[in-house]
Design a protein. Structure first.
Length: 483
């Protein structure tokens, strides 16, 4: 009996070693593909004047939908940013999802809104609409504000889709700040691709500690908060060394809910955003890709690596843990809903590569890591740990994480060069060595809690309070003025 127990322990240890090797190998392959894809993208777009699209009569219409819930701290600044984009044919639809604070009132006062009669095409079922507002200022005739009963982000986005009159839908988190040419770059694949483009996604950048003036990023800075800096590293890895590769392989399963553009016709055909998941962004992309494959229609989902969208990430531990808990639940819900794709040749690279990757490395990885930690503690208590093997494995994983993070920083510096201060880059490099030790375990625990909450049937988002850009800018400007 004891020998069997030792065998199981040894088998598990070698299994974890093989799993870790395959995980690092997959990251390395994706990173290499991303480097070549980034180089190709930079070469193809070097010297391209996106402003050629701006005055063009063929520029398609775009509806930019921004759900808002309790966003009074940043709402006026955020809308100002959305209204200042360089594009000739777009509308901004702000959907107030039953906010309990002064979000709606602040918008009404800042932009001189009044209730109007508005014809709504209810193609998607949603919660009730209380009123539709437009500005009395002629210069803001492309701003529409909708006040509705609270129903969650997916419901608010579907209201925006019903309200919209454009061919393309852009969904954005209202706390985000867009680069002025963001829509020009996002619409380009729809106009020039040989296949029908059904969706495009862009890189999400972190705005914490950046200076924002009149809805624009005027000074890019590495966040002062350690929690924000480690998330910056995560975003660099995920977008520049992850999604860039999956896009190049035509296997991208997620477009960030913070900023994505969709073909409205396809969006309506698949029934809009799903109300029954907290991961509406990944679930929608999987569903529309699955729909196109089942309809046997050629299509493409594109990814734009340019820094187009800036968002505020959590600097509170509680808010961060709620967010990662929700991400874990959203991943599980999506994998469960579309499990028919798992190793199904009918779905091509999605079924044979993308879905299995998300299952084994996005869903299972934190669970296996947590189980490994628990097992290690138990074995240590009984003196059964092979410490030489353990430290070799730990050093291997830690070293790989450091190198991969440094590659993400290098990819950013070689392409889009956002952080121009030497001290900013040095602070980011310093964070690389702390992230696996201080931050990663928290993410693992949040994911485990997400799995537990999924089994309990939890559907809520949790509190997602924000610090707010305006207050942060005042603090930074004060620091600059006082040296």
């Amino acid at each position: 009996m004891l020998s069997a127990f030792y065998f199981l322990i040894e088998f598990y240890g070698y299994g974890i070693l093989i799993y870790s090797f395959l995980l690092m190998l997959s990251y390395s392959v994706l990173g290499a593909i991303s480097f070549f894809a980034l180089k190709e993208y930079i070469g193809q777009n070097e010297g391209v004047d996106y402003n050629d699209i701006l005055p063009s009569s063929i520029a398609p219409s775009i509806s930019l939908i921004a759900p808002a819930y309790n966003e009074e701290k940043t709402i006026v600044e955020n809308i100002r940013s959305l209204l200042s984009l360089h594009y000739s044919n777009y509308e901004v639809i702000l959907v107030n999802d039953g906010s309990k604070d002064n979000t709606l009132q602040k918008v009404i006062e800042a932009y001189q809104l009044e209730v109007v009669n508005f014809a709504i095409d209810y193609k998607l079922e949603t919660k009730g609409i209380r009123g539709v507002y437009k500005s009395t200022l002629p210069a803001l005739n492309n701003l529409i504000v909708v006040d509705k009963e609270n129903g969650g982000k997916a419901d608010a986005l579907n209201v925006g889709v019903n309200i919209s009159t454009s061919k393309y839908i852009t969904c954005i988190d209202v706390d985000c700040i867009l680069e002025q040419d963001a829509l020009l770059k996002m619409i380009k694949p729809f106009l020039h691709s040989k296949k029908r483009v059904i969706a495009t996604g862009g890189v999400i950048r972190i705005a914490n500690s950046c200076i924002i003036d009149n809805g624009k990023i005027t000074d890019v800075r590495v966040p002062d908060s350690f929690l924000a800096r480690v998330q910056l590293l995560e975003y660099l890895r995920a977008f520049l060394l992850g999604r860039m590769a999956w896009s190049d392989l035509n296997g991208l399963l997620i477009i960030s809910g913070a900023f994505g553009m969709f073909d409205k016709d396809i969006l309506l055909k698949v029934g809009g955003y799903n109300h029954d998941t907290v991961g509406e962004d990944i679930e929608l992309v999987v569903r529309i890709r699955r729909y196109m494959i089942e309809q046997k229609e050629p299509y493409k989902v594109c990814f734009i690596p340019d820094p187009l969208c800036w968002t505020e990430v959590p600097e509170s531990m509680d808010v961060l843990m709620n967010q990662r808990n929700r991400w874990a639940r959203g991943t599980i819900e999506t994998l469960k809903t579309h499990r028919v794709m798992f190793f199904n040749r009918k779905y091509g690279i999605l079924g044979l590569l993308s879905y299995p990757y998300w299952f084994f490395y996005e869903f299972l990885a934190p669970l296996l890591e947590f189980m490994g930690i628990v097992l290690l503690l138990l074995l240590a208590i009984f003196g059964l740990v092979d410490w030489t093997f353990f430290f070799i494995l730990l050093a291997m994983v830690y070293s790989f994480t450091i190198v991969f993070n440094l590659c993400a920083i290098l990819a950013d510096e070689m392409t889009f060069y956002q952080y121009k201060r030497v001290k900013d880059v040095l602070r980011l490099i310093g964070t690389v060595f702390l992230e696996p030790l201080l931050f990663h375990p928290l993410v693992v625990w949040a994911s485990v809690r997400g799995n537990i909450d999924f089994l309990k049937g939890k559907k809520s988002w949790g509190e997602m309070t924000r610090k707010g850009f305006s207050k942060e800018n005042e603090q930074i400007k004060l620091q600059l003025s006082t040296g």
